[in-house]
Design a protein around this ligand. Structure first.
Ligand code: GLP
Length: 266
């Protein structure tokens, strides 16, 4: 249970005592979304995130699946992003992360668990990413998008940009050049900045914003400054997470701990 819930700039912000409790709540919300979507249209479509932040969400979903409290049999998943180029079996790939932490442990069909393929030819990568947008649309759109936030405000790998807000909110899935902050933050996973891929394929801001509900997680003091900018600063593609505020009230829920919300004045 959150210790406090605040309405900030059209978003509901649930503040939890710790990240574990917040992730538990996120997993329960995902399970409810699956139940409701399967009950109303026979399937559920989820947008999933990687990074350190959502790991306890996947642990809890695996527990719920083992306890038969949720089934993934009628679920399709689309991951936010993948490094490019990247082999799916590489231990640094997001495909590998998802297999390790969720896919291999639950009753999700192998052809229903989609992570961008980091081996597509460079000249077709944007076309391929746009095709994935088409698959999501034909599946009826995302019922729920799970998000983390990068220290530079990125969502997925939609990095800060000089686009106008009108352009940015429509951006399709595509190849992105990674921002220096992102490369620095990923360096420890790759054994040094020099080995971090310089590009990624990401779901576009437009694809993310089209989700029927969005859960965004942020924990710890290192996210405090960017959470404050996303919630209280200008709505700008320079802070991609601030674009969530272009959505109608009620679509976006932040799940945070005290440290992550500490720079947002009451
Ligand atoms: C990564 C991912 C994002 C993630 C973010 C934060 O680079 N592409 O989807 O939300 O950065 O990562 P972490 O949760 O490890 O702080």
């Amino acid at each position: 249970m959150p210790v406090e819930t605040r309405a900030i700039a059209g978003a509901t912000v649930h503040i939890f005592p710790d990240s574990e409790a917040a992730c538990h709540a996120a997993a329960n919300q995902i399970a409810r979304t699956i139940h409701d979507a399967v009950a109303s249209r026979g399937r559920a479509v989820l947008g999933l995130a990687t990074g350190q932040t959502p790991l306890p969400v996947y642990r809890r979903l695996v527990e719920l699946n083992r306890a038969k409290e949720v089934s993934f049999a009628k679920v399709s998943t689309y991951n936010l992003d993948e490094y490019y180029p990247m082999a799916p079996g590489d231990t640094q790939s997001y495909r590998y992360y998802m297999e390790q932490h969720l896919f291999q442990h639950v009753d999700l069909a192998v052809n229903a668990a989609h992570v961008f393929d980091g081996t597509v030819p460079a000249s077709f990568a944007n076309e391929y990413a746009a095709q994935v947008d088409g698959w999501i649309a034909r599946e009826g759109g995302l019922d729920l998008q799970l998000l983390g936030i990068g220290r530079n405000g990125h969502i997925g790998f939609n990095e800060p940009s000089d686009a106008t807000t009108d352009e940015a909110v429509k951006l399709p899935s595509r190849v992105m050049n990674l921002h220096t902050v992102t490369i620095t933050d990923a360096a420890h996973e790759f054994g040094g900045e020099g080995d971090v891929p310089r590009q990624a394929i990401t779901l576009g801001v437009g694809t993310i914003l089209a989700a029927r509900s969005i859960l965004i997680l942020a924990f710890g003091a290192r996210k405090a400054e960017i959470v404050a900018q996303a919630l209280r600063g200008p709505i700008t593609p320079k802070v991609p997470a601030s674009l969530l505020r272009t959505l109608p009230e009620g679509r976006v829920t932040w799940l945070v701990d005290h440290a992550a919300i500490s720079a947002v004045a009451g």
